[in-house]
Design a protein around this ligand. Structure first.
Ligand code: AMP
Ligand code: ZN
Length: 141
């Protein structure tokens, strides 16, 4: 299923160009046009799904199953020291294209342009973790 105004659906359909890394019946991987670091690659499902929240397990399986192979190809190609894998979900988390995509961002050092810093807050005491876990687990469908 393709969404009319979705740029990644247009890439899948060949209506917009992309620098392809990998393609099969279910997924496409291509270079991110805004390279955070050298080799920054996106993996997307060919069917339109907005983000992780709305992705059926079989689509997630296709996309995430390709991550290790493509990550290792990037590793072989550019010898980064590591890699960040992320999928920004909703605008507040930095999602700008609303077609599921997984970023593979090779890492070359602390000052390579990718800022993966986050602060761990100590305002939730560890004795409450069980309570939080229960709230989530009771919602798993
Ligand atoms: P996000 O901000 O997580 O939604 O990521 C969207 C990513 O898509 C950004 O890193 C953009 O640089 C990238 N992007 C947008 N348009 C294109 C395009 N036509 N080809 C390749 N990458 C794109
Ligand atoms: Zn789409």
């Amino acid at each position: 299923m393709h969404e009319k105004d979705c740029i990644f659906c247009k890439i899948v359909a060949g209506e917009l160009p992309s620098a392809k890394v990998y393609e099969d019946d279910h997924v496409l991987a291509f270079m991110d046009i805004g390279q955070v670091t050298k080799g920054h690659t996106l993996i997307i499902p060919k069917t339109h799904t907005k983000n992780i929240y709305e992705t059926p397990p079989e689509v997630a399986q296709e996309v995430f199953a390709r991550v290790p192979r493509i990550a290792n190809a990037i590793k072989e190609a550019f010898q980064p020291a590591g890699l960040n894998v992320l999928s920004n979900t909703e605008a507040v988390a930095g999602q700008t294209v609303f077609h599921l995509h997984v970023h593979l961002i090779p890492r070359y050092g602390k000052n390579d342009g990718f800022h993966a810093t986050f602060e761990q807050h100590d305002n939730i005491a560890s004795e409450h973790l069980g309570e939080l876990a229960e709230k989530i687990s009771s919602k798993i469908q």
